[in-house]
Structure formats: structure tokens, C-alpha cells
Write a protein that binds this ligand. Structure first.
Ligand code: PEP
Length: 257
């Protein structure tokens, strides 16, 4: 880690009803009253629970994120939620391009870019997910795939905009499987991504962009992951649903602390 502020984001996916989300947020708020200054915490509840969760977390040092967005501010898009609506529900972040959205809802790189643009226009920070499948890793396609995914969102963008995007590297083979990338494997990819950003935007911007790791992050692997120089935080699925494990992850042993 350099001077980039660490970010730990919990993706609740399609878990927790409104009362469960409110209870969890209430307990989390109590548990994180003295959050260390080098860490930022975000939770991403299901869309119906965004506002009640944000109300519980108001004035707490815990931000709220959407899990998805549609790239228009209003219109006849049944079932969708707009950047304006996310903002009105208390969100300052939104996850986009998650592999589950790419896989089950056929979201393309171009569509993900539209979402990023729509969020930036509304002042919401995108948490932009990229990552390779096991087959792609085994076929040595990891770096070319990541480069394609990264460019689809970052090409023709100015530095100021680029710095507002948080990248989450999530190897698909590590999501929900219990198989974390080793810290060295993750660092190798994060260093590659930062190098690509350096080529496109220069060193200053590349050093400011936060790159999170996601994929079976747990209390027992977060410390080693966070020791890597290019890992700036984590996007946590399963382990963010339990208070103890999420609080432990947020309290990772930082080399900067
Ligand atoms: C995720 O959903 O982004 C994720 C990384 O899930 P898990 O931590 O459960 O692997």
C-alpha cells in the first residue's frame, strides 16, 4: 500500500431482507465506532434495503453501495434502478461488471462502460469488477482478457475521471469457491493492471487508482493480501454477511498502521 486509502467493501448479493439488513447495519455501526483512519468501509445491500441501511449508517464512517445500476436516469426500463435513484437512496458507490452480472445477465464490456459513465455523471464511485475464468487462466489468457476488460472502461477517459473509478480484480475461479488467489498471484495481476494504467494515464494517476482484490477473502487471508504493495482493499462476498468475519477483515493488520 502507498498513500491510497484502503477500501473494504462487503457485497451482500441477494442476501438479507430489510429487517436483517437494518439489524446488521446497526451492529456494524456499533462495532466500527473507531475505524482506523487508513480504512474506508462500504456495504452493498440488495436494492430494497439500500435506503433503510443508509439511514442506519447516516453519519457513521460506513458508506453504502448499490450492487447494480441501469445507465439512464429514468425511463421505461422495468425492474431497473437508476444512478439518481441510487443517490437518493444514500449510495455513494455502486458495483458494476460483477462476474455474476456478466455471466447470468449477459452484460458486455460496452454495457459496463455505459454504467460507469452514468455513475460518474451522478457523482457515484463505480466499483468496476474484472476477472478471468479458470479456463482463461489455464489457457494463459488472463492478462489479455484483463487488458481488454480494463480498456473497455478506461479508454478515452481523462485522468480526473479515471481516478474516480475503483477497480476490483475478482478471478471468477475464486468467487464463492473458497479458492483464494495466493497473495503473490493477486499481486502479479494488480501490478499488471497498475502498469496498464501507468501506460494510459501516467504514474501519478496510476498510483492514485485503488485496485481491490475479491474472491474468497476471509479473516485468515486478508492480512497477507493487504501486505501486497498493489492491493488496496477487498471486495468481500460471503464473509461480509457475518458480523464477526467482516469486522475482522476490516481490522486487517496494515503494514501502514
Ligand atoms: C464477490 O461476490 O464479489 C466475492 C468476492 O464473493 P466471495 O467473497 O464470497 O468469494
Amino acid at each position: 500500500m502507498t498513500s491510497r486509502k484502503a477500501l473494504i467493501a462487503g457485497n451482500w448479493k441477494m442476501f438479507k431482507t430489510i429487517p436483517e439488513a437494518v439489524d446488521f447495519a446497526t451492529a456494524l455501526r456499533k462495532a466500527l465506532t473507531s475505524l482506523p483512519p487508513h480504512v474506508e468501509v462500504v456495504v452493498a445491500p440488495p436494492s430494497v434495503a439500500l435506503l433503510p441501511t443508509a439511514q442506519v449508517l447516516e453519519s457513521a464512517p460506513i458508506a453504502v453501495s448499490g450492487q447494480n445500476v441501469y445507465p439512464a436516469n429514468e425511463g421505461a426500463f422495468t425492474g431497473e434502478i437508476s444512478p439518481t435513484m441510487l443517490k437518493a437512496a444514500g449510495c455513494s458507490y455502486c458495483i458494476v461488471g460483477h462476474s455474476e452480472r456478466r455471466q447470468y445477465f449477459h452484460e458486455t464490456d460496452a454495457f459496463v462502460r455505459e454504467k460507469v459513465d452514468a455513475l460518474l455523471a451522478e457523482g457515484i464511485t463505480p466499483i468496476f469488477c474484472i476477472g478471468e475464468s479458470l479456463a482463461q487462466r489455464q489457457a494463459n489468457e488472463t492478462f489479455s482478457l484483463l487488458s481488454t476488460q480494463l480498456n473497455a472502461t478506461f479508454a478515452n477517459r481523462d485522468r480526473e475521471q479515471a481516478e474516480q473509478i475503483v477497480i476490483a480484480y475478482e478471478p471468477i475461479w475464486a468467487i464463492g469457491t473458497g479458492h483464494t488467489a495466493t497473495p503473490a498471484q493477486a499481486q502479479e495481476v494488480h501490478a499488471f493492471l497498475r502498469q496498464q494504467l501507468d501506460h494510459s494515464f501516467g504514474a501519478d494517476t496510476a498510483q492514485r487508482i485503488r485496485i481491490l482484490y475479491g474472491g474468497s477473502v476471509k479473516p485468515d487471508n486478508i492480512d497477507d493480501l493487504m501486505k501486497q504493495p498493489d492491493i488496496d482493499g477487498a471486495l468481500v462476498g460471503g464473509a461480509s454477511l457475518k458480523l464477526d468475519s467482516f469486522v475482522r477483515i476490516v481490522s486487517f493488520q496494515s503494514p501502514a498502521a
